[in-house]
Design a protein around this ligand. Structure first.
Ligand code: ATP
Ligand code: MG
Length: 422
């Protein structure tokens, strides 16, 4: 019979990988709490309309990447392609906007993309959204928070920050005209994607991955010349705040981000170690979105990072630097079935006394030799040996599998002596 496989672009996280995943997630969650961000959890499924309105009709996501389906009552629903739209809906719906909010979330996102390394159809993001502050200090603190993520994961040397200011809607509208004028004069050199975007979303041509487009853009008008005084000041202030904190910044005039809702500050943390899918984390300010989705006018800013891309970066170098591992601490070797009640009781006592201690109990014991082999293979630090002699004398033999040292412990009174030695 033909086996059924996972859907293309959607992957299992195997037990070998899951330990690393949760270490990444814990490290990030811990950093969030140091900056007083609180977690929010949103549904995976939302009304399709939400993404049309929030993400924008002329974006890659809405045009060609959404998993959309009719519910049984014919309402159109979508698997969430990103977290910001749902988070904004949630803060409006739950009345959370009377005070400023610093929120984070994590979970799977879905986009019908061409699967390749670092690009999947189900992928996972950790993101954050901050509502209610318009000062540039919010940008600065958010980027400091990001920087601390990379430090705590040990990848600060492999990611760097790219920054741009894309201005307000007036600046972008004026710039859009100038850009369309310029590109319309070079229509014969535009690729199919860019031709289509010329009518729908010309700014997106700026971050085309096609080198031919990039060289055509060298002589295009620059967005920076269209910015308001406020935007220019914001960019300057942010740059000097980041410099004061020792965060290196590369100004990237072509950074516009793929979603429609951004204004002013946009940023990406990129790596050279990931091939074509180099962006680990991206975000920006979106002061108009809350009102656009029916809430009051509240300034907002957010970012999202791809956990798979973090995983790939860490896989290349730093997993060893993260604390903890998922190997057992002790492997219980039991010389016969009739000795299991004694072994179980000892294992339970040990679990009570040492919540941090992972015990792998051999549940179908074979010869002592084969059990020692399995203990070695498990990666456990200690083998606990329970044979007839141990049971008869109420003892346990503990072998340190790293040093080879073997000690006998009496278990008459309690486990204290034994525990002190572990
Ligand atoms: P890209 O230009 O790589 O398509 P994007 O601009 O579409 O990225 P965002 O929507 O800003 O990405 O998502 C934020 C982050 O989520 C990205 O920087 C990336 O790390 C991750 N991400 C986005 N799409 C995918 C995907 N299909 N597979 C894996 N990770 C993804
Ligand atoms: Mg994309």
């Amino acid at each position: 019979m033909k086996t059924i496989q996972a859907v293309r672009g959607m992957h299992d996280i195997t037990p070998d990988q899951a330990g690393h995943w949760s270490r990444i997630e814990h490290a990030i969650a811990e950093v969030f709490s140091r900056y007083a961000y609180r977690e929010i959890r949103m549904p995976l499924v939302e009304s399709t309309r939400l993404f049309h309105r929030a993400v924008g009709e002329a974006t890659d996501i809405v045009e060609k990447e959404m998993y959309t389906f009719p519910d049984r009552n014919d309402e159109s629903l979508a698997l969430r392609p990103e977290g910001t739209a749902g988070c904004v809906r949630a803060v409006i719906e739950n009345g959370l906007l009377n005070t400023p909010q610093k929120l984070w979330y994590s979970g799977p996102m879905f986009r019908y993309e061409k699967p390749q390394k670092g690009r999947y159809r189900q992928f996972h993001q950790i993101g954050a959204e901050v509502f209610g502050y318009d000062s540039v200090e919010v940008e600065a603190e958010m980027l400091m928070l990001n920087q601390r993520f990379w430090k705590s994961l040990g990848i600060e040397k492999s990611v760097s920050l790219q920054l741009n200011n894309i201005g307000d809607s007036v600046a972008r509208a004026n710039y859009k005209n100038a850009l369309v004028d310029y590109l319309s004069g070079h229509k014969e050199s535009l690729d199919a994607d860019s031709l289509r975007r010329l009518d729908t979303n010309p700014l997106r041509i700026l971050d085309s991955k096609n080198p031919a487009m990039q060289s055509l853009l060298n002589d295009a008008p620059a967005l920076g010349a269209y910015l308001s005084e406020d935007s220019v000041r914001r960019a300057e202030q942010l740059n000097s705040m980041l410099a004061a904190q020792g965060i290196a910044v590369e100004q990237n005039d072509r950074l516009v981000r793929g979603l429609d809702y951004y204004n002013d500050t946009v940023f990406e943390w990129v790596s050279n170690d990931l091939g074509a899918q180099g962006t680990v984390c991206g975000g920006g300010r979106y002061d108009g979105l809350v009102e656009q989705l029916g809430g009051k006018s509240v300034p907002a800013i957010g970012f999202a990072m791809g956990i798979e891309r973090l995983f790939l970066l860490l896989e290349a170098q730093a997993f060893a630097a993260l604390p903890g591992n998922d190997k057992p601490d002790a492997y219980f070797i039991v010389a016969g079935k009739e000795l299991q009640p004694y072994a179980f009781a000892l294992a339970e006592n040990l679990r009570n006394a040492r919540p941090d201690f992972a015990i792998m109990h051999n549940l179908s014991p074979g010869s002592l030799k084969s059990q020692f082999k399995k203990a070695d293979k498990s990666g456990a630090r200690y083998a606990f040996v329970i044979a007839e002699d141990e049971v008869a004398n109420n003892r346990v033999t503990v072998k340190d599998l790293q040093t080879g040292e073997q000690l006998q412990y009496a278990l008459q009174d309690d486990l204290q002596e034994l525990l002190a030695g572990l």
